[in-house]
Design a binder for this molecule. Structure first.
Ligand SMILES: Cc1cc2nc3c(=O)[nH]c(=O)nc-3n(C[C@H](O)[C@H](O)[C@H](O)COP(=O)(O)O)c2cc1C
Length: 172
């Protein structure tokens, strides 16, 4: 069993819900899971794996998620890490490139580049002038696909189980 930290950085709450859905699937697969706001995480030392996600704003990750990565880079070399970001809205739900800093750290710690999950922007949840304006247009809606998110989490759970119980080398 692995103690996985699922950390998220959000402004309008949708990435938190994605993180919670991921946490539930990992737990259902038998892993011990802690889901936390990235701003509350000082260190990953008490966790053996990390799933980290951020909402995307102007192509960037939220600062607290980048800080978590930077601060824990050395420890993450020894801890399997999965990254995601959430953002695309409207008709164009294509994968988004990770910010350069995130890509560089991902490479150094041996993690894949973040997967992209579509995001949510609604009049009810938008905070701030620009977001509220955007929420009146074609970008408005909840484009998250929880089936896709859970399927991804299930693959993470499988990989975690493989780390926990590596297949012994075949007898010579
Ligand atoms: C001002 C603003 C800028 C945004 N910039 C991006 C962006 O660059 N790329 C993207 O894919 N989504 C972008 N989005 C969409 C958000 O990432 C999306 O609403 C996401 O679900 C928000 O996550 P949160 O609710 O966890 O904060 C932007 C939204 C706002 C309001």
């Amino acid at each position: 069993m692995t103690d996985v930290l699922v950390a998220y950085a959000t402004k309008m709450g949708s990435t938190k819900e994605i993180a919670e859905a991921i946490g539930e699937r990992l737990r259902a697969a038998g892993h011990e899971v802690t889901v936390l706001d990235a701003a509350q995480v000082r260190s990953v030392e008490h966790h053996s794996a990390l799933v980290l996600g951020s909402g995307l704003y102007a192509g960037r990750w939220r600062r607290e998620a980048v800080k978590l990565l930077k601060r824990n880079e050395k420890m993450l070399v020894d801890r399997p890490t999965w990254l995601f970001h959430s953002g695309p809205l409207g008709k164009n739900l294509t994968a988004q490139p990770a910010p350069r800093k995130v890509r560089e750290i991902a490479t150094r710690i041996g993690a894949d580049e973040p997967v992209t999950f579509p995001g949510r922007l609604t009049a009810q949840t938008a905070t701030g002038f620009i977001a509220k304006k955007m929420a009146q247009g074609a970008m408005a809606g909840d484009f998250r696909d929880f089936g896709e998110i859970r399927a991804w989490a299930d693959r993470v759970a499988e990989q975690l189980s493989a780390v926990d119980s590596p297949v012994p080398p075949a007898a010579a």
